[in-house]
Design a protein around this ligand. Structure first.
Ligand code: PEP
Length: 247
């Protein structure tokens, strides 16, 4: 297994001043980190963050990308444009995109395909709602979401990162227990291994109110290979504690 990946998802937060202060609080500590660290920033700040990250081991990430290559798609940002700014990772299929922008499994799979074709690693998010969990559908839902991505990208599936993010745990302060998360990660790992003999090296991140208090027990699980961090990635001290726990 490769080293763990800790990726911050800033969502629609930040300003030129706030981003600079946050990265100045994080980057000096990265030299000693034994895990990989990425920040997925708003598209408007890619150029600024590319400059701020230069010379550090921190990687630049985007929060979304277009399912189209180029053309008349007002407001969208293509994979090639992200590459121009040195983007290494792109989140695709975040539950907020699925929920507020109607992204289907098929669209998420296309976005992953665009990212891979441009040399960007997609961080494919999937997870069940509380109603789906309560109805005993968790496994069925996450397998369906992942199957769409495997279907379109099977030949290079070992190049993706997966993030299991139970929707009920995102931004709520509720976290899946390590056992709950590990159970889903094991299901996803088995599905990936059935698709590719190389799947053992695919990193499966946990996301959903990960914080300095719960990170160690989550990362201790055998199939949890890092974290996708929302709220806690906006506070340098918290993000650094999570990075330390993963190192
Ligand atoms: C996320 O947005 O991917 C996320 C996990 O958010 P939070 O850590 O705030 O729950």
């Amino acid at each position: 297994m490769t080293n763990k990946l800790i990726a911050g998802n800033w969502k629609m937060n930040g300003s030129l001043a706030a981003n600079a202060a946050l990265l100045q609080g994080i980057l000096p500590a990265l030299a000693g980190a034994a895990c990989e660290v990425a920040v997925c920033v708003p598209a408007a700040y890619l150029a600024q963050c590319q400059t701020l990250l230069a010379g550090s081991s921190g990687e630049l990430g985007a929060q979304d990308l277009s399912a189209h290559e180029a053309g008349a798609y007002t407001g969208e940002v293509s994979a090639a444009m992200l590459r121009d700014f040195g983007v290494r990772y792109a989140i695709v299929g975040h539950s907020e995109r699925r929920q507020y922008h109607g992204e289907t499994d098929a669209v998420v799979a296309e976005k992953a395909q665009r990212a891979l074709a441009a040399g960007i690693t997609p961080i494919v998010c999937l997870g069940e709602t509380l109603a789906e969990r309560d109805a005993g559908q968790t496994e069925e839902i996450v397998k369906r979401q992942l199957a769409a991505v495997i279907h379109l990208n099977g030949h290079c599936i070992s190049e993706i990162v997966v993030a299991y993010e139970p929707v009920w745990a995102i931004g709520t302060g509720k976290t899946a227990t390590p056992e709950q998360a590990q159970a889903v990660h094991a299901v996803l790992r088995a599905q990936l291994l059935a698709a590719s003999t190389q799947a053992g090296r695919i990193r499966i991140l946990y996301g959903g109110s990960m914080n300095p208090t719960n990170v160690a027990s989550l990362l201790a699980q055998p199939d949890i290979d890092g974290g996708l961090i929302g709220g806690a990635s906006l506070k340098a001290a918290d993000f650094l504690s999570i990075i330390a726990a993963a190192s």
